[in-house]
Design a protein around this ligand. Structure first.
Ligand SMILES: Nc1ncnc2c1ncn2[C@@H]1O[C@H](COP(=O)(O)OP(=O)(O)O)[C@@H](O)[C@H]1O
Ligand SMILES: [Mg+2]
Length: 243
């Protein structure tokens, strides 16, 4: 089976710093893969490269065999990739519904007219915000702002969802709700690459993990094996790690 997302030789240099160094992995349709690594190892940069927020210095990033490396973020959204941001990026002057309408209009399917509202509402309901559509984002609790960030990504109707520490900052019961929500998304066939520091969540959600250290791939395999890998353990020493 061909990979839905295929990275080959992907690098990103910032002046002298190689933030992502020849990264290479495949993700199959329907897989949920954890992207791990200590702080500063290049995870967010890699998400930025896949989603088009940044252009790679070299390498190819293919979705369904089509190379999207270096394309604009809106072109990559239309190719079926959506992401959440490590720091929530909702639009504060728009209502919850209006926030979700934007990606429905500019995402993979580029809906028009009343379809935009229908898609936006469908995804707000999916994340549990169906009754808060007319509120302003500033009136939402932190977890609801995160739900909105997720609804915005989903309203673009992606094939591949990139989650950058979406579960960070949630309290223990919210974390359980968040894990259940991601599981539900995966059960609908969505393919997910999940950057996550909370090992409880990684273990609950990801049968497979890819690990970066200093921009470089150091492990890729079944989560239990990867977390016991001495190179991975060494990379995390000195970093906050709650495995
Ligand atoms: N826009 C940028 N310009 C310069 N350096 C950057 C930029 N973005 C990230 N970096 C650097 O790249 C490295 C990887 O950062 P990042 O991808 O945010 O790591 P992670 O998400 O794994 O914590 C860090 O050293 C960071 O300082
Ligand atoms: Mg990061």
């Amino acid at each position: 089976m061909t990979a839905l997302l295929k990275l080959a030789d992907v690098s990103k240099r910032f002046d002298g710093l190689v933030a992502v160094n020849q990264m290479k992995f495949d993700i199959k349709k329907g897989e949920i893969v954890g992207l791990l690594g200590p702080n500063g190892s290049g995870k967010t940069t890699l998400i930025n490269l896949i989603s088009g927020a940044l252009s790679p210095s070299q390498g190819s990033i293919c979705i369904n065999g089509k190379n999207i490396a270096g394309k604009r973020a809106d072109q990559i959204a239309r190719a079926g990739v959506a992401r959440t941001f490590q720091l929530v990026r909702i639009l504060p002057s728009m209502t919850v519904l209006e926030n979700a309408r934007v990606p429905a209009a500019f995402g993979a399917k580029a809906h028009r007219g009343s379809e935009i509202d229908r898609i936006a509402l469908t995804h707000l309901k999916k994340v549990g915000l169906g009754d808060k559509a007319d509120m302003m984002p500033g009136e939402l609790t932190y977890i609801d702002q995160k739900r909105l960030e997720l609804a915005r990504a989903l309203a673009a109707e992606p094939e591949v969802l990139l989650l950058d520490e979406w579960l960070a900052g949630l309290n223990p019961s919210e974390l359980q709700d968040g894990i259940a929500l991601i599981k539900e998304l995966q059960s609908t066939g969505l393919t997910i690459l999940l950057v996550e520091h909370i090992m409880e969540a990684v273990r609950a959600l990801c049968p497979r993990c890819v690990v970066m250290n200093a921009g470089t791939l150091i492990a890729d395999g079944p989560t239990n094996e990867v977390l016991a890998n001495p190179d991975v353990v060494a990379a995390y020493l000195g970093d906050e790690y709650d495995a």
